[in-house]
Write a protein that binds this ligand. Sequence first.
Ligand code: HMG
Ligand code: MG
Length: 307
Amino acid sequence: MSTLFSALPDAVSIYGVWPRDGLGNEAAYVTTDGKRRLVDALIAAGLLRIEISSFVSPRWIPQLADAEELAKRLEAPEGVALSALVPNQKGLERAKAAGLREVAVFLSASETHNKKNINRTIDETLAAYREVVAEGRAMGLRVRAYVSTVWGCPYEGAIDPKRALGITRELLSMGCYQVSLGDTIGVGTPRQTEEIVRMFLAEIPTEKIALHLHDTRGTALANIVVGLELGIRDFDSSVAGVGGCPYAPGAAGNVATEDLVYMLHGMGVKTGIDLDRLWEAGRVAEALLMRPLPGKVHQAGVRSLRA
Ligand code: HMG
Ligand code: MG
């Protein structure tokens, strides 16, 4: 019988995606100062990589129209990288002017989702990103990338993972330092995750691939365990499980950072994050959104775990 967990790493890297991911879905308007308080709470909890906002069209995502102002009000201590989404040249220039040192480009493996989310075909998007990524790197920025709907699309259903692999190859060849594979609507299951991750890691070094799993159907942690076993060391997550995509109907939040950290620490894998402080950050998120948030550890509380 094969041995489970024999190749677990000592530590992994967690990339926080809220307040960026999902604010476009929220009824409550979160002020710039509210977002700043949340990011400060995440930094205090030990997160080293946080996606703070998007330099996208304010008409498409009005909740993030204050990206410049937020970036200005934040101070990242040494070793903390703040990033933001950029969909085009204009977004890149805004991010650079706001003082960010890292940005992320994004597109979808599904033609329909790509069109609905960024109003371009996949080919048009890749052609534009070739220039955006080159220019970003010439400006001294680190550029990350996302490929969405790798596990399935709300409009097209099943997506052949080879399409995502081809897009990933192109993004890496442009100079993106890492590609985060998105289960945008949270439909993935562990065996499917094994197939996808094995296909990617057969030709791409592990540090260049991250997983970005929405937890719509409760399978995100199971899929993360599969990724860990196969060698993935970078996971996106969102405090208290907030998130979603306004152009992907039915998408719930990302896997909750508290749940991920709880599971990893219990397995002996370090994250550098203080779970008590992270739980406090979840309380900040809940106060900002004025609704109960879905994270399991967020709801159960850290203290009861020790009882
Ligand atoms: P468009 O309407 O085709 O843009 O939108 P355009 O180039 O034709 O320009 C139209 C107007 O928008 C112009 O202004 C531009 O200046 C302005 P006007 O002349 O009419 O006054 N504009 C901008 N303004 C500010 N910043 C910009 C910018 N670009 C153009 N960067 C566009 C195309 C890409 C802009 C639009 O579709 C957009 O902003 N989409 C963003 C959608 C989005 O943020 N979705 C959610 C995030 S993706 C996601 O959730 C998935 C992820 O989490 C991973 C996963 O879960 O799988 C990442
Ligand atoms: Mg997402």
